[in-house]
Design a protein around this ligand. Structure first.
Ligand code: PFF
Length: 501
């Protein structure tokens, strides 16, 4: 079967950036920075970027490009017994992360409309929890589906469906060619606007003021590594697939570097916008910045709405731009995992893309309904925690071990060096073979031990096992079942690019 291809290198890099830049960059990074030592956090963050993020992104690009396959096909071409490792991350991301991630994008779409009339009124917090989510008291208390969220979700999946149906170059690539420049313009506009507000500098000072004592806290380092994984979409199986759509002669190592640097640069810049707004709010209310600061959901759906109401005549416009930028960043990440999944199934079972896209988007939409209920926020919190902290990191460790120890890693390195300008020395192989499996295992075990004594988020063990762990275990089993199915194509018999060397 002829492989789908990107139309240009720019298209590929923008698609990879589109996957990487998502909700995580805008609402998670600035808060992490603030909480973990301000400017000093940039030290562990940059160390994590250079010792884990970039080497692993290069590995994923290398595996996809050298083996020429989506994650399942690439691992199958490494060895029959590793095919499941290609399916597993696709499954927990497609049926875990994206299900709730698309619901958060649905919230952004709803808030885009609420911005027009500042519908949250004087109490944005009560509006969000009581009126919008109608939040229940726990994950098992579910009584209604929130229609505005359901409609938003329908919008997200319809858009995803249209993009995926159109294929790799006319769908995913084209969408990112439009979305990414749009996102950069929106973000720059918002950042400059925010910087011009009164009190912005107070916020920026809180964002970046370095507190070097934090660097001795191991949790700060764990946060830095965790963020790098999520933000670069590593361990999802996406970057492997995207790289496999590149033609033979393509500067892969350079592309990995550009993707990683643009992604982190974007986070840093959006941080300026976020903290200017926080400084503005703090100044307007005459309180210190630490009283207004909130992370993720609280930041976007409570603090921002409050600030938007304070901006004055142009508040609605500011709100619409902000929620539009979140929507664009989110959708370009969501389509990347659906594409990676479609590609895996296409490679193995040769099922028609249009039909696959339809079925997957339908499941994505219906699977997301649980998160649109009044107990949805709890589900979101648990699934997010388990997949991000355990699933992704474990997938990353296994990738390094399998490619590093059960395959000829030098073949990937030689291939990358042959096609790229930047040359990787043996140091890269040692990062993959030793440093990453060891350091990531320490992070994983540290987390596990901590949570065995104090269960995450104060939830009951039943909820954590039933919702969190089961998600990981079930996807693991399904991955084995899929890997055990016979191949309906001959793709797995084809050679990798480096086999000819
Ligand atoms: N890199 C994305 C972010 O930082 O928000 C994470 C992501 C989520 C990627 C969901 C892809 C995806 F389907």
């Amino acid at each position: 079967m002829k492989r789908n291809m990107w139309g240009s290198r720019l298209g590929f890099v923008l698609a990879a950036i589109g996957s990487a830049i998502g909700l995580g960059n805008i609402w998670r990074f600035p808060y992490l920075c603030y909480e973990n030592g301000g400017g000093a956090f940039l030290i562990p963050y940059l160390i994590a970027l250079f010792t884990a993020g970039i080497p692993l992104l290069i590995l994923e690009f290398g595996v996809g490009h050298e083996r020429i396959g989506s994650a399942p096909l690439a691992f199958r071409k490494i060895d029959k017994k590793w095919e499941w490792l290609g399916w597993w991350p696709l499954l927990f991301t497609m049926f875990g992360i994206v299900l709730y991630y698309s619901v958060v994008i649905a919230w952004c779409i709803d808030f885009l409309f609420y911005s027009v009339k500042l519908s949250w009124g004087a109490d944005a917090e009560a509006f969000f929890f009581k009126q919008f989510l109608q939040l229940s008291s726990g994950p098992t208390e579910i009584s209604t589906i929130r229609t505005p969220i359901l409609f938003g979700l329908l919008g997200v999946w319809s858009l995803t469906w249209v993009i995926i149906m159109r294929g790799v170059s006319k769908g995913v690539e084209l969408a990112n060619m439009i979305f990414m420049p749009l996102l950069f313009v929106l973000t720059l506009a918002l950042v400059f606007w925010s910087l011009s507000l009164e009190g912005a500098m107070t916020g920026i000072a809180a964002y970046l003021k370095p507190d070097f004592t934090k660097l001795t806290d191991p949790n700060v380092w764990v946060s830095a590594y965790g963020q790098i994984f999520f933000t670069l979409s590593l361990g999802f199986g996406i970057m492997i697939t995207y790289a496999s759509y590149m033609p033979e002669k393509s500067n892969m190592t350079g592309s990995a570097l550009i993707t990683a640097l643009v992604n982190s640069g974007f986070s840093l810049v959006s941080g300026f916008g976020v903290f200017s707004i926080l400084g503005f709010m703090a100044t307007t209310q005459q309180v210190p910045v630490d009283e207004v600061v909130k992370e993720s959901i609280g930041l976007a759906f409570i603090v921002y709405p409050k600030a938007i109401s304070m901006i004055g005549d142009f508040g609605p416009m500011f709100g619409m731009l902000f929620f539009l930028s979140l929507t664009v960043a989110g959708v370009s990440s969501a389509i990347s995992i659906v594409e990676a999944f479609v590609s895996g199934v296409e490679d193995k079972f040769s099922i028609n893309r249009k039909m696959l896209a339809t079925v997957l988007c339908f499941f994505g939409f219906t699977g997301g309904v649980i998160f649109t209920t009044n107990g949805g926020l709890f589900w979101l919190d648990i699934v997010d925690h388990f997949i991000n902290n355990y699933g992704l990191v474990l997938a990353g460790i296994l990738e390094c071990i399998v490619v590093g120890w059960f395959f000829n890693l030098d073949q990937i390195r030689k291939h990358l060096n042959k096609v790229s300008k930047i040359q990787l020395g043996p140091w890269w192989s040692w990062i993959i073979k030793l440093f990453l499996p060891l350091s990531l295992s320490v992070i994983l075990l540290n987390q596990l031990v901590r949570e065995l004594s104090t269960p995450y988020g104060g939830y009951t063990w039943a909820s954590l096992i039933g919702i969190g762990w089961s998600w990981i275990v079930i996807s693991f089993l399904v991955a084995f079942i899929l890997a055990a199915q016979p191949w309906r194509t001959n793709n797995h018999l084809e050679k990798g690019r480096g086999d000819e060397l």
